[in-house]
Design a protein. Structure first.
Length: 232
């Protein structure tokens, strides 16, 4: 079974599809959770406390980290093996299909940008929240309680540079996910001539919803910070 998943083209695509689906579901949940911060700071902080350094949250964090690593390691393997074997053909792209777009030709670059944005996000949030709890601290270096996610979001997105960086990350995430979701179905053999346009539309709509949700939080908290400054 291990050989099939690592050496077989179908096995590698299966791993990419399963890990990709898992990450899309997590990102969707994360976006919905973040939207709570725009509605209720208390409600969001309750979620942060629930998902802190508790054993179930730590197990979920390890599984998530493993999913990210496996997904992107396989992405690199598939990209370089496909280029070596078939020139410029990319993973999960049907050669000559009218729907093949710019994102399909730049999935690796987009993936690298997504990973870079994830690293920045980890520095801004995870290192100041769950990591601090794991270390036994009740406050982070900014003086916020480790479960005060709303204050941390407000602080992070009061800086316009951070807002711009995150919006660029979200744009790369949109291109990466919009192509990745439908190519996942294509790799599993579901994207025939009938279902291809439907899956493409679903992938675009789902990805747009996710990215708009994240962007709303970044922009919303920045606008709030301008209001606070005006009040001062």
């Amino acid at each position: 079974m291990g050989t099939f998943l690592t050496n077989s083209s179908i096995g590698r695509k299966l791993v990419m599809s399963i890990t990709g689906a898992f990450l899309v579901l997590f990102i969707t949940f994360h976006m919905a959770m973040n939207l709570v911060a725009l509605i209720s700071t208390e409600g969001y902080n309750m979620i942060c406390e629930f998902l802190g350094a508790n054993w179930y949250a730590l197990v979920a964090t390890v599984i998530l980290a493993a999913g990210v690593v496996v997904h992107f390691v396989y992405a690199f393997i598939l990209t370089f093996q496909n280029r070596k074997a078939r020139g410029n053909v990319r993973y999960a792209v049907t050669s000559g299909h009218k729907g093949v777009d710019w994102a399909s030709q730049n999935m690796l670059v987009l993936g690298i940008i997504v990973i870079g944005g994830l690293a920045i996000h980890m520095i801004h949030f995870w290192s100041k929240m769950q990591l601090q709890e794991i270390m036994g601290n009740h406050e982070n270096a900014l003086g916020y309680a480790v479960t005060d996610g709303s204050a941390l979001i407000a602080y992070t997105f009061s800086n316009p540079i951070n807002v711009i960086v995150y919006l660029v990350w979200f744009a790369a995430l949109w291109f990466h996910l919009s192509h990745g979701i439908w190519s996942m179905f294509q790799s599993l053999g579901w994207a025939n001539q009938t279902w291809y346009p439907r899956l493409k539309c679903l992938a675009t709509a789902w990805t747009t919803l996710i990215v708009l949700g994240f962007a709303a939080v970044a922009i919303g908290f920045y606008i709030k910070s301008l209001g606070c400054c005006a009040g001062c």
